[in-house]
Design a binder for this molecule. Structure first.
Ligand code: IPM
Ligand code: MG
Length: 362
């Protein structure tokens, strides 16, 4: 049966990286009998410009009906003056919450070829393979009350609320433990239980769920220490599970261990493994339209989509191997050029996509 993929390019470099993803998907469709159809829709700033809102009904309807959603990036300076409630980011957050995509998997995997592209020493990062499991539909991103109010004395006050129910913690913990079973069987839960009651509860619930997984070793770490440990000795981690905002911050940090934020894919899954797939980077307005952006995080997100939603593990592996080979062949976008004086072919967004397609067809 033909599977439908909603293609939401978004803003900034979104359309450029998405064009490469589409190229790769069309190659898989035409040469490897992947039975898919692609349907495009507007999200973020592009949707605001066309319709006045960041998540039009038609886009949400397509995302709900599709078998999987592929998203580029949203946001940019053009829309920053808008009220926060109708900014491009709300399109992305709306998709996450409307589709119930509570489990965000962000693998920080170092391709050996990029060991010199990171600012960290090779011995610190060689062999790095971490999975950050970020809670995605709760916490401070969605908690009520929120907003900016004016006090009686005329002073303004801003508020956001970090809030988690036991059931929300339990389901994300299970995703982390289940993931660990397929990996090195270690989970580190990251919280701020020494200060925040909400994460005291987080720690209690993760500990309770951990009892169902005797073969997985569970540790807990405060988020400030986790940030330090990620830079000091990142290879101590296998699966890290954490709240929405801590996961947002730690995954950007972890991306630098792999050479560039342009390398990190993500999958956001609901309870039935329906998912939205996107690179973890933003819309990078400063380099938009220049053919500079690294499309590999998006192509690796396509691989995650093939694995989780389209149930095509062989094609996922094929695509991941094609990305590795292209790196072995010395192709580099400018963000991942190593500092080792190696003999690299520095290419643009399109050429990197072409190189991956050529490898798939080889
Ligand atoms: C991410 C991004 C988003 C987030 C923004 C664009 C709303 O930073 O996916 O990590 O904060 O979740
Ligand atoms: Mg982020």
């Amino acid at each position: 049966m033909t599977q439908t993929i909603a293609v939401l390019a978004g803003d900034g470099i979104g359309p450029e990286i998405m064009a490469e993803a589409v190229k790769v998907l069309e190659c898989l469709r035409d040469n490897f009998s992947l039975d898919i159809q692609l349907e495009e829709a507007l999200v973020g700033g592009a949707a605001i410009d066309a319709t006045g809102i960041p998540l039009p009904d038609a886009t949400l309807a397509l995302a709900k009906r599709a078998d999987a959603v592929l998203l580029g990036a949203v946001g940019g300076p053009k829309w920053e003056p808008l009220d926060i409630s109708i900014r491009p980011e709300k399109g992305l957050l709306g998709l996450r919450s409307e589709l119930g995509l509570f489990a965000n998997l962000r693998p920080a995997f170092l391709h050996q070829e990029l060991v010199n592209a990171s600012t960290l020493k090779p011995e610190v990062i060689e062999g790095l393979d971490i999975l950050i499991v970020r809670e995605l539909t709760g916490g401070i991103y969605f908690g009520q009350p929120r907003g900016i109010t004016t006090l009686e004395n005329g002073e303004k006050q801003g508020v956001n609320t970090k809030i988690y129910k036991e059931s929300e913690i339990e389901r994300i913990a299970r995703v982390a433990f289940d993931s660990a079973l397929l990996r090195n069987k270690k989970v580190c839960s990251v919280d701020k239980a020494n200060v925040l009651e909400v994460t005291e509860l987080w720690r209690d619930v993760v500990t309770r769920v951990g009892k169902d997984y005797p073969e997985v070793s569970l540790s807990h770490m405060y988020v400030d220490n986790a940030a330090m440990q990620l830079v000091r000795y990142p290879k101590q981690f296998d699966v890290m599970v954490t709240t929405n905002m801590f996961g947002d911050i730690l995954s950007d940090l972890a991306s630098q261990l792999t050479g560039s934020i342009g390398m990190l894919p993500s999958a956001s899954l609901d309870a039935n493994q329906k998912g939205m797939y996107e690179p973890i980077h933003g819309s990078a307005p400063d380099i938009a339209g220049k053919n500079w952006a690294n499309p590999l995080a998006t192509l690796l997100s396509v691989a995650m989509m093939l694995r989780f939603s389209l149930k095509q593990p062989k094609l996922a592996e094929l695509l991941e191997n094609a990305v590795s080979k292209v790196l072995q062949d010395g192709f580099r976008t400018r963000d991942i050029v190593g500092n080792d004086g190696g003999n690299y072919t520095v290419v643009g967004t399109k050429e990197m996509g072409d190189a991956v397609v050529a490898r798939l067809q080889a």
